[in-house]
Design a protein around this ligand. Structure first.
Ligand SMILES: C[S@@+](CC[C@H](N)C(=O)[O-])C[C@H]1O[C@@H](n2cnc3c(N)ncnc32)[C@H](O)[C@@H]1O
Length: 333
């Protein structure tokens, strides 16, 4: 198969045999060493992909927000109906041991301090209608989220700040490829102390039996919880984690070039965690609602192949800045 035009145009690019652009016969927006981005409707890209070709679909689609973002958001009432056709294609393109990680935020109902359940309806439909397995519910804890809606949170003070987003991990089979050994955390001081002093066997009030042979320290790190703590776009002094080199480069270059920063990015730490846990080097990661190419750049950084699709060209143009860290000559792409 001949290489797509944008790859062929790059005089110095070496195209590996299994470059993901070779899976799709659409015209690409740009290519990197390991990936390819398409500008347009992700449904077209999904339909063009062969079945069982993608190891991980990791994405954050437009949420059903009451206050809409500039790229448009679907209505809550028809959100499930809108998303299911994408979900069916995602299931088809996944390998049997593949995963689908969906970042989605909650939302208030219009005019009242009550929450919509649109995302829970989606979760149920993805499992019961489309056929995904729910491998695990995970959360993104973002303490920097704004205290909104102001009416309920800061004016009347009858609700608290909403600081989490859902990150649902679905799979095609009950046993997707996964290893928490790839995402171990450093042991806490307490864990190191416990390990040194030893643990006396006991039964907790919950009924759990703690054995005195407890020696988790040998695993090489602590098993992480299902909560990812990451934030960005806050003053340096407030930064905890997540603002890695890819994000820095993106925002700096957007400012330099006078290009607007994408209004709803996720921090690089989020895709990084799942890509490391659910894929191996050279596996294929797809982000069908790619925005500023956060997941694509993290894939490249971790030596995974990637495909991204995004409807708005301006976002992709700026997303390319993230790839300047991987090449001496970014114009090459
Ligand atoms: C929440 S943003 C994703 C942000 C991304 N995770 C990042 O870190 O930059 C959702 C994106 O989906 C895009 N989008 C919406 N509908 C689309 C479609 N049918 N095909 C491709 N992209 C779409 C929007 O333009 C928007 O940039």
């Amino acid at each position: 198969m001949s290489a797509p035009e944008s790859v062929a145009r790059a005089p110095h690019a070496t195209i590996p045999v299994n470059h993901p652009s070779q899976l799709i016969s659409l015209r690409s927006y740009f290519s990197s060493r390991l990936g390819v981005a398409y500008c347009g409707d992700s449904m077209e890209v999904l339909k063009a992909l062969p079945s069982s070709s993608v190891n991980l679909v990791l994405t954050s689609p437009p949420y059903a927000l009451h206050f809409k973002k500039e790229y448009g958001n679907e209505n809550k009432d028809r959100y499930v109906e809108w998303f299911l056709p994408f979900a069916r294609e995602i299931l088809r393109v996944l390998t049997d041991d593949g995963s689908f990680v969906l970042n989605i935020g909650g939302s208030y109902n219009k005019g009242v301090p009550t929450r919509s359940v649109y995302h829970f309806k989606l979760l149920i439909a993805l499992v019961e209608e489309v056929g995904f397995h729910l491998a695990q519910e995970c959360f993104w804890y973002n303490p920097a989220k704004m205290p909104v809606p102001a009416e309920w949170v800061t004016v009347r003070r009858i609700r608290v700040r909403d600081s989490v987003e859902y990150v649902w991990w679905f799979s095609k089979s009950p046993f997707p490829k996964a290893s928490n050994l790839s995402v171990l955390k450093e042991y806490s001081e307490d864990m190191i102390r416990l390990n040194k002093n030893g643990v006396r066997g006991a039964t907790r009030p919950s009924g759990h039996v703690i054995r005195d042979s407890f020696d988790k320290i040998h695993a090489g790190g602590a098993i992480p919880p299902n909560v990812t703590e990451a934030e960005f776009e806050v003053p340096e002094s407030m930064l905890k984690m997540g603002n890695n080199a890819a994000n820095d480069l993106y925002t700096i270059r957007c400012r330099e070039e006078g290009i607007k920063i994408h209004p709803a990015r996720f921090p690089a730490l989020l895709p990084k965690f799942f890509i490391k846990m659910l894929t191996d080097a050279n596996d294929l990661v797809l982000d069908p609602f790619a925005g500023s190419l956060t997941a694509a750049a993290v894939s490249e950084q971790l030596d995974r192949r990637w495909i991204a699709s995004e409807a708005i060209e301006e976002y992709l143009a700026a997303g390319r800045f993230r790839f300047e860290q991987f090449t001496q000559n970014p114009k090459l792409f």
